[in-house]
Design a protein around this ligand. Structure first.
Ligand code: ADQ
Length: 498
């Protein structure tokens, strides 16, 4: 439906992610209700919108709306989403969406890219659904993409899309004469790209790489991920690779590290909010005389929650003077409950929490406060604020924004961050106590160091971290990626002219 977007010649940014940032529900009056969600990507794009005049008002978000709709409802939903939210829905049959998301994306790519190859169970039904869902995106996009557009595709759910889109644009260009080679495609991977030795386990390793390689720019959180991607290209596809990209025919695909950040302001402003301050006072009263460790994770096996619990148990065993004086508040948001591994993890964690509380707890003392739910933003900030230490033990994590959020919420209070060296954030957050999550002694040592650290030392470390987190924000990331995409685009154009 190309005419739903009007372009007056200004450059447009089309953002493509698996899920649209809108939740749709039906009302008793048989109309549709829309709720815009917040999140890192939404704030990043707000930043791009406010700082890039030429892109302002020319941004469209393309994604799956979260469910399938009857054909007559699709027309209404598409019109309303476009008019009020600049969002274009890609409709995918429910069974395909399920096998695409829970199947190939979260049962194959997710474990493999996080170095859990033992968890993958390749099956061609998943792969077919992944291909079909990516095709549905390409078909929807080719209808609306115009000359000169920037297309920014997000994450592992859509790794075939750059090439599928490029093929369709080329076919359309030869039919209509439109200059669709001026369309630039950027791809950003939010999760790690694994070492080529792990990546090559994937039965469709070549197809996935070829799927990405029609992008002009491929962005990662860290240089290591970019390097792994380039090694996989050279080993699996035998294409010539340079330090910063891949040569494919007469095109150059640049691979860059463009690390994400958070909307730091949102957290700092929240600290001034009376309601949140009351909640902070309330929690401080509740945990009076105690040291508080906080953990906030989606309940995912990559987040290393069992490792964290084992470390608390080992800590209380090694430093019994802390029994009765130390709590871990662990918030674990339920995640991907339809995937078996996530159900298994839930049982393991429940058992560990029960065992540790049974072993060290008493009528007056519960060492582990475990909440298997999502908490509101206000509650999250209050928790981050009262915690003396935040513990991140991911066994792999693309970046890990919880560590950034904790630093922002500790402004002028200087809590200590214990951070897994396997989180992308470890490469940026100089001032954190880095640990190996597989080494329980290492975590307990870091916990002890953090809890006993002098005020002066905490201040030095936190200030360094805070400076970084408040400079390299979500909107900085969004702007950087778009600027890079415009820059590589210009380079490609120059190459052609030579
Ligand atoms: P995630 O794996 O979801 O993201 P992370 O970056 O830590 O991991 O972001 C989680 C977000 O969810 C945070 O904003 C956090 O506040 C929120 N959250 C977590 N638990 C919560 C709870 N119980 N209640 C409320 N909110 C909760 C993926 C990659 C990361 C990468 C990001 C961004 O796996 O490595 O950093 O994308 O690129």
């Amino acid at each position: 439906n190309p005419d739903v977007i009007s372009s007056n010649g200004a450059q447009r940014l089309l953002v493509v992610s698996n899920r649209l940032p809108v939740t749709i529900s039906s009302t008793p009056e048989n109309t549709w209700k829309y709720k815009m969600s917040s999140g890192g990507l939404v704030s990043a794009l707000e930043g791009v919108r406010s700082k890039s005049p030429q892109l302002r008002d020319h941004m469209v978000w393309i994604g799956w709306p979260g469910a399938d709709f009857a054909p007559e409802d699709q027309v209404v939903v598409q019109k309303e989403l476009m008019e009020s939210y600049n969002c274009l829905p890609v409709f995918i049959p429910d069974h395909v969406a399920d096998l695409h998301y829970n199947g190939f994306s979260n049962s194959i790519l997710w474990p493999l890219f996080h170095y859990y190859p033992g968890e993958i169970n390749f099956n061609s039904e998943y792969w077919d659904a992944y291909t079909e869902a990516n095709k549905a995106f390409a078909d929807a996009l080719v209808e609306i993409v115009q000359e000169g557009d920037l297309v920014w595709i997000h994450d592992y759910h859509l790794m075939l899309l750059p090439t599928m889109l490029r093929e369709r644009l080329n076919a359309k260009a030869s039919k209509t004469g439109a200059k669709l080679d001026t369309v630039k495609i950027g791809f950003f991977l939010h999760i790690p790209f694994p070492s080529s030795e792990v990546y090559r386990i994937l039965p469709v390793r070549d197809k996935v790489l070829e799927g990405v390689l029609s992008a002009d720019l491929v962005g990662f959180h860290t240089y290591d991920y970019a390097r792994h991607f380039l090694s996989s290209c050279t080993r699996i596809l035998s294409v010539p690779v340079m330090a910063n990209g891949v040569e494919i025919g007469d095109r150059f695909v640049e691979a860059s590290a463009v690390p994400i950040g958070i909307d730091t302001h949102k957290f700092i402003e929240a600290l001034e909010d009376m309601k949140i301050q009351e909640r902070v006072a309330n929690l401080e009263q509740k945990f009076k005389g105690m040291k508080v460790l906080v953990g906030v994770d989606r309940l995912d096996y990559i987040k290393g929650v069992p490792q964290k619990l084992h470390a608390v148990e080992a800590f209380l065993e090694k430093y019994p003077e802390y029994i009765g004086k130390l709590v871990l508040v662990q918030v674990a948001v339920p995640s991907r409950q339809d995937v078996q591994e996530y159900q298994n993890l839930r049982h393991i964690v429940n058992e560990l929490v029960g065992r540790i509380n049974g072993r060290f707890g008493s009528f007056d003392y519960v060492p582990i406060h475990f909440m298997h739910k999502s908490v509101t933003f206000d509650e999250l900030v209050a928790l981050y604020r009262i915690a003396d230490v935040c513990v991140v033990t991911s066994t792999r994590d693309g970046m890990n924004l919880v560590s950034y959020e904790y630093i922002a919420s500790q402004k002028d209070k200087h809590g200590v961050l214990i951070l897994s060296e396997f989180a992308g954030a470890a490469q940026s957050l100089d001032g954190a106590e880095l640990i190996n999550p597989w080494d329980t002694d290492d975590i307990t040592r870091a916990m002890h160091k953090a809890l006993e650290m002098s005020d002066a030392q905490r201040k030095i470390q936190h200030e360094k971290l805070f400076k970084y987190v408040s400079t390299y924000t979500a909107s900085f990331w969004g702007e950087e990626f778009v600027k890079e995409l415009q820059r590589v685009s210009a380079k490609q154009t120059n190459r052609k002219e030579l």
